[in-house]
Design a protein around this ligand. Structure first.
Ligand code: KDG
Length: 312
């Protein structure tokens, strides 16, 4: 069995150097919240299995080839000819604003069903990680998440959910309806401060935190962007500021944070050290372009503490 099992939609990305209509230069890569987390965990030495559907096309081959190169088990991933691999286009508009456009409706990945993921839990991983994005892709993917988390929690597997609300895919009301019912199966819940109401209702953070802990969440990780993050458990509340970083590309920071957090948890570290690794991991990924390219290895992480020069 593996340390971490995850599944979701991975897309091909075209990162243009300007508005796509005027630009001939762009970088082609891949993205996907779950595969970003999977790459982060794999680089930190954990065994990871990723499941998902890609189209019978070059973008799908790029996705699987990249994940194999990142030492992932993709033996359960498959090609589905009912759709193509999804596409994400990003275009810089100002130094702060990036326009992101999805071409993913009806994609191969949107045909995911419970039977594509639930059998993999027969050999239980230590952690099952899912995100709210998958629930937004259609009724099959939503059922896959719901059945996977209930099967995993019944088998004693630690289940982690990153809310990851995407306004382009569904409304806040739809997200709240789908995600609230997952909560009783979740051990580690990661949400940004403005996503808390999607899983807990209400509008005061104190009430939301106690509602989630009462429903069985054992670790609630609330991220606050550049202001850092707080972890709430039954017994403690631990906050940490973010590291001061020169941000090149903020996309992927949340996924990097989750990979660092789960990695430290798998290593048996306590909550303050989980938070510290999460923040360190995120600080690597924002320093270069791309969602996952800058994710650190263990050696990279230890270089953070060996400070006497900024040139290594
Ligand atoms: O978390 C970063 C993701 O937004 C990106 O990788 C693409 O999965 C993606 C999505 O659906 O937005």
């Amino acid at each position: 069995s593996v340390d971490v099992l995850t599944f979701g939609e991975s897309l091909i990305t075209v990162r243009a150097d300007g508005p796509l209509s005027t630009h001939q230069s762009a970088t082609i890569s891949m993205a996907g919240a779950e595969s970003n987390v999977a790459i982060g965990l794999s680089r930190l030495g954990h065994s990871v299995r990723w499941l998902g559907l890609v189209g019978d096309d070059e973008p799908g081959a790029l996705v699987l080839r990249t994940l194999r190169a990142e030492a992932m088990d993709v033996s359960g991933a498959r090609v589905d000819r009912r759709g193509t691999t999804g596409l994400l286009v990003s275009e810089p508009r100002t130094s702060e604003i990036t326009r992101v456009t999805y071409y993913r409706a009806g994609s191969a990945a949107s045909h995911l069903e419970p039977a594509d993921v639930v059998p993999a839990l027969a050999s239980p991983p230590k952690v099952l990680h899912v995100t709210g994005i998958t629930c937004a892709l259609g009724s099959g993917p939503r059922a896959a998440v719901s059945e996977a988390v209930s099967t995993a929690s019944a088998r004693g597997v630690t289940v982690s959910l990153d809310v990851n609300y995407r306004s382009r895919l569904w409304t806040r009301e739809q997200a709240a309806e789908a995600l609230t019912e997952l909560v009783p199966h979740i051990d580690v819940l990661i949400a940004s401060d403005d996503e808390l109401e999607l899983v807990a209702g209400g509008d005061s953070e104190t009430a939301q935190v106690s509602a989630l802990l009462d429903r069985g969440v054992s670790e609630l990780v609330v991220t606050r962007g550049a202001a850092g993050a707080t972890v709430f458990t039954r017994d403690e509340k631990i906050s940490s500021p973010a590291r001061p970083v020169r941000v090149v590309d903020v996309i992927g920071a949340g996924d990097a944070f989750v990979s660092g957090y789960l990695s430290a948890r798998l290593d048996g570290l306590d909550v303050p050290h989980r938070l510290a690794r999460a923040i360190a991991t995120a600080s690597f990924v924002v320093a270069c372009a791309g969602d996952w390219e800058g994710l650190p290895t263990r050696a990279d992480l230890s270089s953070l503490n060996a400070a006497d020069s900024t040139i290594r």
